[in-house]
Design a protein around this ligand. Sequence first.
Ligand SMILES: [Zn+2]
Ligand SMILES: [Zn+2]
Length: 403
Amino acid sequence: MVSTSLSPLPVDVSRIRSPIQELQPQLVAWRRQLHQRPELGFRELLTAEFVSQKLTEWGIEHQTGIAQTGIVATISGRQPGRVLAIRADMDALPIQEENDVPYRSLHDGQMHACGHDGHVAIALGTAYYLSQHRQNFAGTVKIVFQPAEEGPGGAKPMVEAGVLTNPDVEAIIGLHLWNNLPLGTVGVRSGALMAAVESFRCTIFGQGGHGAMPHQTIDSIVVGSQIVNALQAIVARNVDPLESAVVSVGEFHAGTALNVIADTAKLSGTVRYFNPNLAGYFARRIEQIVAGICQSHGASYELNYWHLYPPVINDPQIAELVRSVASDVIETPVGVVPECQTMGGEDMSFFLEAVPGCYFFLGSANPSKNLAYPHHHPRFDFDETALSMGVEIFARCVEKFCH
Ligand SMILES: [Zn+2]
Ligand SMILES: [Zn+2]
């Protein structure tokens, strides 16, 4: 289901759009500079320095070193009023870039393969625009540059460090450049947008022996295989079929030779779901299955379980704000994709647990320019035209929310 946005644009569009369009070459330049120097989570030193330098240059008050490398900029409008936060993540991935572009990564084995370089450029552009147009809003905007989204997670320590207080943030918005959607679209919905992320590691201890004499052994591969199969029944048979959930085993390591029964097997996997009421359910159910199958074979086990990120849940009112602004900004017939959802996860969820808000996807794929590789691919890149669209959506959200 898609809505169209062919209605006439509001009169004030060019007032906001023209100065932002003028920023586009700068946005591209900043994004490419950041792209050349990707840094992994909590090591975003050059990135933070880049951000801080720009903010200082523009006279924007900001605090550095929050949750190690995070930054919060504060921009006040013409008079006190509502407080809106905008969040951008800054970290890159441990991937060797395979793109042959002039702005290719200079850091071996590290790459902005998720588009966070673009997120920083958009947030900087928004900061600049707002600082130059303070008369257009009443209230305060906090721009949160967050470390380590890809792991281990910088949002939670930033919330704990108090970035949403003093002054108290009333709502937060954020975006992800999204190659799963074409350029000229925005994916937004109220309620769950992205899934909770949990993971587990399990070691099964059996008893090794000769492949021809299984009766003298406890075969950890047979036990592990039954566990992998049984785990699939959690989603298929235990979770309400109207809910969405995933249990995927991504690793299974066991054995050293074809005629030797392996005494240990290690498997690990990831769990995803949207409904916050399911928090805790998968951890319990997985342990029951592992324990039951191990016990029935005389094997023992060690199980570790991690609750990484809660689901990304958008507030209906703030989602409506983003949706209405996006449909003014995006002029393509497809426009706003209202029921966009993914089982991917994001630690934006920690901000959204603390205050109402909306996270949304900004379409950035352009197959005609060969810019459609998926996120986290060594050839990932996006259509930079999306950068000024991102700034315009943020700027218009501020002007509408802080009026
Ligand atoms: Zn990513
Ligand atoms: Zn990302």
